[in-house]
Design a protein around this ligand. Structure first.
Ligand code: SF4
Length: 349
């Protein structure tokens, strides 16, 4: 019998434990406790984290700060302190609408940079400076300029999972939820689509336009294999397979639904099939387990970059951020990247 498994987070909490009974905001804390239990957290771990959650929520009010958390972040952050949770596109929109003085971005560096590009007057803080991204690190602005020289006049569509300088030399940014729409709307039969090689091939499957890609990969979605999916389908013929477009096209081709993190989440939440396999990061599995009663089978993988964000670091940067945690984007890069982001909002709505 094939052994299916779930990778679970093992985080140690070298903290003083205060019993839940002594908490002040009992109801809010209780809701968080229930959600953490649903995703398998043990009581001592929950007891350790609740005082931090309370302190962070108090500090947010005092400092007019908000916390944006990507769905791949740990559930103590997602349910305990986040004001908004979602995928890159949803959070970019929230960052644009925000009237907070401080935005703490529980995500990775390119996301915090995007928030800063959209909100130059706000203080944007990334809790861990080690929260990078294999995709963002796969391409530089110089690489994009070389592609432009090689394919003159061909528009460059850049995935939001890139650094600000790459966005600045692109024509338009896209996310996993609007990439195809943007590719189709551009007035060109050939598109440079960077940096994810699998995503580019998945787009190619859906458009008549010629797509020129780049060899970047997400180390999480690159892990899913055809063999795993086929074996799941063999054992559970009624299973619905969902895949992220950063997965290999051979995996995506076997899926019943290919979409962004939020689209996959909504698909599972709003349909009533007996079981699902969701080929993406484990954070979405946690959200689905906490927020629905759907049966998930198969495996998920952790993004080591996203998991650099911890509740302890969020508290630290709220109290006293170090200069390296405060995101700055030079104005000449910011204005170029903003143009590419605004073009996305204009084309995708
Ligand atoms: S999941 Fe993949 S694309 Fe997202 S931050 Fe991690 S490495 Fe980057």
């Amino acid at each position: 019998m094939y052994k299916w498994y779930l990778r679970t987070l093992e985080t140690s909490f070298p903290l003083k434990v205060r019993p839940l009974a002594t908490m002040t905001s009992e109801i809010a804390s209780q809701q968080i406790v229930e959600q953490l239990k649903k995703v398998g957290w043990k009581e001592d771990r929950i007891d350790a984290v609740i005082p931090l959650i309370e302190e962070i929520n108090q500090l947010k009010k005092e400092k007019n700060a908000i916390i944006l958390a990507h769905s791949y972040i740990t559930p103590d952050i997602v349910y305990g302190v986040a004001d908004y949770r979602g995928d890159s596109y949803q959070l970019a929109k929230k960052a644009r609408e925000s009237d907070a003085d401080i935005i703490i971005f529980a995500g990775v560096k390119f996301m915090a940079e995007t928030a800063k590009i959209l909100n130059p007057d706000k203080t944007v803080i990334l809790p861990s400076i080690e929260a990078g991204c294999s995709l963002a690190d796969s391409i530089t602005a110089v690489d994009v300029l070389r592609l432009r020289k090689r394919f003159p006049g061909v528009p460059v569509v850049t995935y939001i999972n890139t650094n600000a300088d790459v966005k600045a030399v692109s024509d338009v940014v896209c996310t996993s939820s609007n990439a195809l729409k943007i590719v189709e709307k551009l007035d060109s039969d050939t598109i440079i689509f960077i940096p994810d090689v699998h995503f580019a091939r998945n787009i190619q499957r859906q458009t008549k336009k010629r797509i020129i890609g780049w060899d970047g990969r997400c180390i999480v979605h690159d892990e899913f294999s055809v063999e795993t999916i086929k074996e799941l389908k063999r054992q559970f013929p009624d299973i619905k397979i969902l895949a992220h477009p950063e997965c290999d096209p051979s995996v995506a081709a076997l899926a019943d639904f290919v979409g962004s993190t939020s689209q996959m989440y909504e698909y599972v939440r709003t349909t009533n099939y007996s079981r699902y396999m969701v080929a993406t990061e484990c954070g979405i599995w946690d959200r689905l387990r906490a927020e629905s009663d759907k049966e998930l089978l198969g495996s998920c993988f952790l993004c080591p970059y996203m998991k650099k964000n911890t509740i302890e670091l969020i508290l630290e940067v709220l109290i006293d951020p170090r200069p390296e945690n405060i995101i700055e984007v030079p104005e000449e890069i910011r204005s170029g990247a903003l143009r590419s982001l605004e073009r996305m909002f204009e084309l995708a709505g």
